[in-house]
Design a protein around this ligand. Structure first.
Ligand SMILES: Cc1cc2nc3c(=O)[nH]c(=O)nc-3n(C[C@H](O)[C@H](O)[C@H](O)COP(=O)(O)OP(=O)(O)OC[C@H]3O[C@@H](n4cnc5c(N)ncnc54)[C@H](O)[C@@H]3O)c2cc1C
Ligand code: SF4
Length: 571
């Protein structure tokens, strides 16, 4: 029998970016909030003098412990899924701040096209442009409606950037100026301009200068230390929930974080959530936390899994296309890139920052004509300068041996002379790509793991090839001595890192028939349950997701406050 605690106004499941934003916004409005986080407390002091590549980048100090819970994966419905025992394709966050602690900080806004993708594609190219099985749908909100929430997220995080000429309209400039440009970034900008493209500096949550945000939180400027992605920032210069929204929530006296608290079920009765059941990982005790409002912010996989385990909403059935929970899982097409080897130039690649870079959106969204192309959407193309750390940085030209004397000589020769231009190809949902509960494998408590069924489609192969060629065009213009380019995308494989940009499973939309949540992230089927994160994306764009996750979280917070006063469905 679980121990029952006194009721709170709101309980949050997982305290990353989404959970942290909800906590700060709701406590500012006087609501009492309990945040349940399965991982441990994290503070900036943890990272003082801790530039340890082995510990953080290769042994994943800040990530979820896969021996207790993981995902299972299969490429199609005919085969059995197997558990992911080691990290590869994506890295799952754990602990206060979630993956927001060890992200890079590249903070984009999705394009107006993303939010109305089906209508706009059909309008420009006709219905036949969308192949059978591709499940794109409008998001139930427009970019213009979401713009004030993007603005709020950027001001809170202090995003450093400059206006992207090919994106949606902005109500304000970025709160801080763009990051500095390295010589190779300048080469990219010049080359892109020669090709009549529209380069701009990657919008960055690594601060270009010291900044005080509207909540009165002050942070120092980035030191371009190069130990950013997969690491916490020892200066607090990288916006993360621990140095921005969580202290604001704590200061109200209305926010209690309970760490090592692993939520296993959302409890409900009579069509309403009544609270959650969690296990205290330090004692093994099962505890019930009653609440008026439940907010799930446990990332794509746990948001979906908790709905399925708690029997909330109708599970998606790929055979009929009916049901919504688990629907529209999407990922990204990251491998369309070009690597340039420069025989006589050195670029100081060991420095850098997680979001340092320059990019173009000429081949993203519907910014270019797709009439003669066999895919829709596109991807952001960027040259980033994130810091090449010594263990993982070993690039050699294609014709070089992979071992022995010649490999060593080439590895030394090019360690500081190789530039990459990469693309973040968008990912469209398909009918047979989805999340459900694995029938075989279970977590440490005996609950089924979440199962991914996913592979690349012809759309992805065409897109990757196209983006790879465009990356090559720019690299050539930059004057490289030789280029290594992706040739074929191949099947999706889960063993090499691509991006932690998984999306879908509890998607948003205009109707309960095709979506699980409305545009306030409120469950259609359970009005006092809000499910927030990239799980709400009906497809994935050609950008990193967190700017859009942040905007949706601010909108959800507004909705929850409204709901706490009046109740009822908000849409
Ligand atoms: C290496 C890396 C680099 C990245 N770089 C970028 C980038 O440059 N730009 C960008 O936009 N995005 C980037 N991302 C993605 C970004 O980190 C995520 O989009 C973002 O952190 C998601 O926030 P979230 O709050 O939705 O989820 P998370 O940050 O994953 O937080 C979820 C929290 O919930 C907790 N939780 C889950 N289930 C339970 C449960 N059952 N009970 C209790 N707690 C639970 C988890 O422990 C976690 O702390 C990167 C990710 C990684 C891993
Ligand atoms: S690169 Fe900048 S933001 Fe990133 S960890 Fe280093 S100092 Fe912090």
């Amino acid at each position: 029998m679980a121990k029952k605690l006194p009721k709170t106004d709101v309980v949050i499941i997982g305290v990353g970016w989404a959970g942290g934003i909800i906590a700060s916004e709701l406590t500012k409005q006087g609501l009492s909030v309990v945040g349940l986080e399965r991982g441990k407390e994290r503070v900036t002091e943890d990272y003082y003098m801790a530039h340890d590549e082995l510990r953080y980048a290769l042994r994943y100090e800040l990530m979820q412990d896969l021996s207790k819970e993981t995902i299972t994966f299969r490429g199609n419905e005919k085969i059995r899924a197997l558990p992911m025992r080691q990290y590869g394709s994506f890295l799952l966050g754990e602990g206060v701040g979630g993956a927001g602690v060890h992200w890079n900080g590249q903070t984009y806004r999705f394009l107006p096209y993303d939010f109305e993708i089906r209508s706009m594609t059909e309008e420009r190219y006709g219905k036949d442009k969308i192949p059978p099985g591709m499940m794109i749908q409008d998001w139930g909100i427009t970019y213009d409606k979401l713009e004030p929430y993007f603005d709020k997220f950027e001001k809170m995080a202090g995003i450093s950037g400059e206006v992207n000429p090919l994106a949606g309209k902005r109500s304000n400039e970025y709160p801080t100026p763009p990051m500095l440009h390295t010589p190779s970034m300048k080469m990219f900008v010049e080359a892109a301009k020669k090709l009549n493209l529209h380069p701009y500096t990657v919008p960055s949550a690594n601060l270009s200068e010291s900044y005080t945000n509207p909540d009165g939180i002050s942070r120092a400027a980035c030191q371009y230390c190069g130990y950013c992605e997969r690491f916490g920032c020892e200066y607090g210069a990288k916006a993360d929930p621990v140095v921005t929204v969580i202290p604001v929530a704590k200061k109200t006296g209305k926010f209690e974080i309970r760490t090592h608290s692993y939520v296993r079920r959302i409890l409900h009765s009579g069509g309403k959530a009544t609270g959650v059941m969690y296990t205290d990982m330090t004692t093994g005790e099962e505890i019930e936390q009653p609440a008026d409002i439940v907010v799930s912010t446990g990332y794509v996989f746990n948001n979906t899994r908790l709905m399925l385990l708690s029997k909330i909403g109708k599970p998606y059935d790929p055979a009929t296309g009916k049901g919504v929970i688990g629907k529209n899982y999407a990922y990204q097409v990251i491998k369309g890139n070009a690597v340039g080897f420069f025989d006589d130039q050195k670029f100081n690649l060991y420095a850098g920052a997680g979001s340092l870079g320059v990019c173009v959106d000429d081949y993203n969204g519907d910014n270019f004509d797709h009439s003669d192309l066999k895919f829709i959407h596109g991807g952001n193309i960027a040259h980033t300068f994130t810091g090449q750390r010594p263990i993982q940085n070993n690039p050699v030209p294609e014709d070089s041996p992979r071992w022995g004397k010649e490999f060593k000589a080439n590895s030394l020769k090019y360690a500081n002379s190789v530039l990459t231009i990469g693309s973040q190809g968008s990912s469209m949902p398909f009918r047979h790509h989805y999340l459900d509960l694995d029938p075989t494998y279970k977590d440490a408590f005996g609950d089924p793991l979440i199962r991914i069924t996913f592979d690349f489609e012809e759309q992805d192969r065409e897109l990757a090839r196209y983006l790879s060629d465009r990356c090559g065009d720019i690299m050539k213009e930059m004057g490289t001595d030789r280029i290594l380019k992706m040739k074929e995308l191949g099947p999706y494989e889960i063993t090499t890192y691509q991006s932690t940009h998984n999306t879908g499973g509890v998607i948003m939309g205009a109707s309960p028939d095709t979506s699980a949540v409305n545009n306030y992230m409120q469950m259609w089927d359970m009005e006092n349950l809000f499910v927030i994160g990239a799980s709400a994306f009906p497809h994935n764009s050609g950008y990193n997701p967190t700017g859009t996750v942040g905007a949706l979280a601010y909108r959800a917070a507004e909705g929850i406050v409204q709901y706490s006063k009046k109740g009822g469905l908000l849409v």
